[in-house]
Write a protein that binds this ligand. Structure first.
Ligand code: PLP
Length: 450
């Protein structure tokens, strides 16, 4: 390993960082993280902080999860790679697919298609949704509907269904045939509606309206996150996702749950769909499936979709999609160990309990600090604080003051994520009540400084 001076001198000089302007990365060098222990990370200067970002919503079990590390090492020794393209498989992926069938049985999902991460999984679900309709003889169903504020990764299909302009503009024109409806975001919405239940009904009505406008027979799928994450942690009212399911069913439209963040316990339930009592047609999972230790994902497929594909005799169900690393044995071994540990520790229950404490603390911070316009969460351990310079006009806090909040929070021992005017919290699900207090007190200091 190179020494600290080498790391600092070469930081951001020979690489481009995702979601960053290359000039900004040179002007404000990224923090160099050199080790992690439990829920804490340490940077090159030795400064130790609680990682309230949880890696990138994925290190649910923290940085010291020995069973996952050991499983990776053992699998590397035993079989470091073999493909799952037609004709071959590997032992780890067979065991994992059996395990996932059990894990997702309550969601009605019985088959897995493996990927290298979330964006890959979104493309697979979008493709398989169109293919399902083709297999059934409804080839005209090609369009996709999604939510404004939704985030579905950065491949072209995912970017096309993304509902945030900043992930789209530089890459337009994107895929045609993608349409967006308003998100159930109470703080800002075109209806000026603050009641979550009424807003959910308005957004559902907008969905119905768009379906009628496009023609139901032209739409392949609706894709949504059970709780919107990167768009600023927007939990919909509990009537929303069941309402979407009902509308999709009535119109022959498939429902893709983007569970890249919400699967494996983050919402307090084992999946975001289960949290709302909904059975999706596809569920895209990634991130926490390996605790972030190996790039991996699983798209889970509903029983009825699986039957349609498996009973096809026309050849149309041939899956002409997949990645070199689909079903990577090391990723599969990591996932097996990770899911076992996730269940053993019942991290969903801890997420629910710590999430309640976090939400109560954030509400108190909102009362105390005028720059907090809105706090969101309440469904497990995912929260956002939306910062404003004026509560009346809801003018977003400027970047310089937001940076002061971030820097001061960090100096007080907590790493959070800044996304526009939002501070996003997605800590490991093994957080303790003491860690929650530490996060809240660092945020208190950060907010006071701006
Ligand atoms: N979908 C959601 C909801 C996400 O939050 C993300 C990543 O944050 C993705 C998809 C893309 O996943 P990945 O970054 O693993 O490609």
């Amino acid at each position: 390993m190179k020494d600290d001076n080498f790391l600092k001198e070469n930081n951001a000089r020979h690489m481009w960082h995702p979601m960053a302007h290359p000039a900004d990365s040179l002007a404000n060098p990224p923090k160099i993280i050199t080790s992690g222990k439990g829920v804490r990370i340490v940077d090159v200067d030795g400064s130790e902080t609680i990682d309230a970002v949880g890696g990138l919503w994925n290190v649910n079990l923290g940085y010291s999860c020995a069973p996952v590390k050991e499983a990776i090492a053992a699998q590397l020794e035993h079989l470091p790679y073999y493909s799952t393209f037609r004709g071959t498989s590997n032992d780890a992926v067979i065991e994992l697919s059996f395990m996932l069938r059990e894990f997702f049985e309550p969601d009605g999902l019985s088959r897995a298609f493996f990927t290298s991460g979330g964006s890959d999984g979104i493309e697979i679900a979008l493709r398989l949704a169109r293919q399902f309709h083709k297999v059934r003889g409804e080839a005209g169903r090609t369009k996709y509907l999604s939510l404004k504020k939704g985030y579905h990764g950065t491949h072209t299909g995912g970017a096309s269904v993304n509902g945030n302009a900043n992930f789209r503009t530089q890459y337009e024109p994107l895929m045609p045939g993608c349409f967006h409806i308003p998100a159930p975001y109470t703080y800002r919405n075109p209806f000026n509606e603050t009641d979550p239940e009424k807003l959910a009904q308005m957004c559902l009505a907008a969905l119905e309206d768009e379906i009628a406008f496009q023609g139901a027979g032209t739409i392949a799928a609706f894709i949504m996150e059970p709780v919107l994450g990167a768009g600023g942690v927007i939990p919909p009212h509990k009537s929303f996702m069941p309402g979407v399911r009902e509308i999709c069913d009535r119109n022959g439209i498939l429902l893709i749950a983007d569970e890249v963040i919400t699967a494996y316990g983050r919402t307090g339930s084992w999946s975001g769909s289960r949290h709302w009592g909904v059975k999706p047609d596809f569920s895209v999972t990634a991130k926490a499936i390996t605790n972030g230790y190996f790039p991996f994902g699983a798209v889970m497929i509903a029983d009825h979709i699986a039957e349609t594909f498996e009973q096809d005799e026309t050849g149309k169900a041939n899956i002409a999609s997949g990645y070199t690393y689909s079903g990577h044995p090391v990723g599969a071994a990591a996932a097996i160990a990770c899911i076992k540990e996730t269940q053993r520790l019942k991290v969903n229950e801890n997420a629910a309990a710590r999430g309640r404490e976090m939400m109560a603390g954030l509400e108190a911070l909102k009362k105390k600090h005028g720059i907090v316009g809105d706090v969101r969460g309440g469904e497990g351990l995912m929260n956002a604080l939306e910062l404003v310079s004026d509560r009346e006009t809801k003018k977003p806090l400027d970047a310089a003051r937001t940076k002061t909040v971030f820097d001061t929070t960090h100096a007080n021992g907590v790493m959070v994520r800044v996304s526009g005017p939002n501070l996003i919290l997605s800590p490991p699900l093994v957080l303790t009540a003491e860690d929650v207090k530490d996060i809240l007190s660092a945020l208190d200091a950060g907010l006071a400084a701006a």
